[in-house]
Design a protein around this ligand. Sequence first.
Ligand code: BTN
Length: 264
Amino acid sequence: MVKSLMERLLGETFLRSVEQEPETASTNDRALRLLQDAPPVLPALVLADRQTAGRGRGANRWWSAEGALTFSVIVPGTPTAGESPAGNGSAPEPAIALWSGIATARTLERFAADLSVQLKWPNDVLANGRKVAGILIEVPSQRHDAAVIGIGLNVNVSLAAAPAEVRDVATSLRDETGREFDRIELLVELLRNLEHCLRRPNPLAETWNACCALKGRRVVVRRESGSLSGLCRGVDDQGALLVATESGVQAIRSANSVRAAPSP
Ligand code: BTN
């Protein structure tokens, strides 16, 4: 007998509840609202075929089209790094985003062994050097005992339909391989990898740095407090980006953007 999507998600992954919508503004917004108004049994999944107002980090929007995977997983726990500077809740510790990226990368390696998969701190998964997935971790401001892990993965979409600024940096599994992927199989595998990675099975630095796109490159880090540049030494076990500057090695826990400096 063919199992339904719900049966598979609840029977073969760590999820205890699932909400599936054909369309929602943002699965992260929906997950945050659920936590406030009608908390589901955790871990919980919010899955949408389409987002009309997908969000990225900061003020960025997340472009996606039919054929992408867009979902949020609500996990219990208090993955906070203390009060955010704005005082409007807690800033998630960087490690949860990094482990979620590792789980996504492992999934891509399994389904598309011909891709070169790398991780760009803190929340980008790259395929052949271009962004194929993004991760947005949010902790609700009213309660600090759960986190929302939002993942957008460009699967069976073509970036030809994306705005120019997205097309310049992003890609999809289909664009890179010329193949179509079974999104449900990808999702089930990604959730299994996520469960494993959230247990933090290995030292984070060793795991991340093995596929860190920035390690050994000169980077420019922009923060509220100003910019700095230096040689990237990968990450530490807390998930901070290590940058060797003229005044020593700085451990960056959050940044507005990080770019690899153009080669001289
Ligand atoms: C980024 O790269 O800036 C993060 C992108 C995160 C996108 C996902 S799609 C599912 C979830 N819902 C959202 O609105 N955003 C995240």
